[in-house]
Write a protein that binds this ligand. Structure first.
Ligand code: CTP
Ligand code: MG
Length: 239
């Protein structure tokens, strides 16, 4: 059972503000993508990492990974492919690059550079134990409201308040039986913005998805404040 990690890293990072593609932004001097690749390679289970680079930046990303090769475990092979317009398309392009002998796939956002190895291992273990789809997740701190979205600047009416205790915020790496994730990508149409979450596509196939405990440090770097938090977490690790 060979396990590979696909890292979608082709996004621009619009919500982070102007600058380089998000995955190439530095956290305490090291690009976010390098942190993310190392987080996957840190798991003994992962022997291959497929990085899905910005479509016009695959050569640059390859060069960057070569530059940091000394900082990677030797047992891990790293492949780079160009990405697509949406996360869903980028993941598909990553899956297309997997060799035949891979039976378990992790999909991990480059934008979650600090996920601890124990979380990665817990996801892999749950898939190897027979779950076709596994997501790490945490209970919510905030109460969540469903609203009727408005674009005219007027207050948005609340439609519903789902019971917070029943909700989970999902993270990555999400782990899959390879065949099921491939089938999901062949079956679920890539319309509009595409799926923000691979497990949601598997749910639409009617296949079971289970949750394992996520980790606070697996948060997604999305907005400028998240960069501050990520650098503080790294500084605390070194202290
Ligand atoms: N991603 C990707 N290809 C895309 C869009 C997103 O590979 N066309 C990746 C991002 O690089 C990121 C992950 O999907 O690692 C999660 O997406 P998100 O946090 O939304 O990143 P961006 O799309 O880059 O950010 P934004 O939505 O703010 O532009
Ligand atoms: Mg996005």
């Amino acid at each position: 059972l060979r396990t590979a990690a696909v890292i979608p890293a082709a996004g621009r990072g619009v919500r982070l503000g102007p600058g380089a593609p998000k995955a190439l932004r530095a956290l305490n001097g090291t690009p976010m993508l390098i942190h993310a690749v190392r987080a996957m390679a840190a798991s003994r289970a992962v022997s291959l990492v497929v990085v899905v680079a910005p479509a016009d930046g695959a050569a640059e990303v390859r060069a960057l990974l070569d530059e940091y090769e000394h900082a990677m475990p030797e047992r891990t092979e790293v492949v780079v492919v160009p990405g697509g317009e949406t996360r869903q398309q980028s993941v598909k392009l990553g899956l297309d690059a997997l060799p035949e002998d891979v039976s378990v796939v992790l999909v991990h956002d480059a934008a979650r550079p600090l996920v601890p190895v124990d979380t990665v291992d817990a996801v892999v273990e749950a898939v190897r134990d027979g779950a076709p789809a596994v997501v790490p997740a945490l209970p919510l701190a905030d109460t969540v409201k469903q609203v009727e979205p408005r674009t005219d600047g007027q207050p948005e009416p609340v439609v519903a308040t789902p019971e917070r205790a029943l909700l989970r915020a999902v993270q990555t790496p999400q782990g899959f039986d390879r065949a099921i994730l491939v089938r999901a990508h062949e079956t679920v149409p890539a319309s509009g913005e595409g799926a923000t979450d691979c497990a949601g596509m598997v749910e639409r196939l009617g296949e079971p998805v289970v949750v394992v405990p996520g980790h606070e440090e697996a948060f997604k770097v999305t907005r400028p404040l998240d960069l501050v938090l990520a650098e503080a977490v790294l500084a605390r690790r070194r202290a």
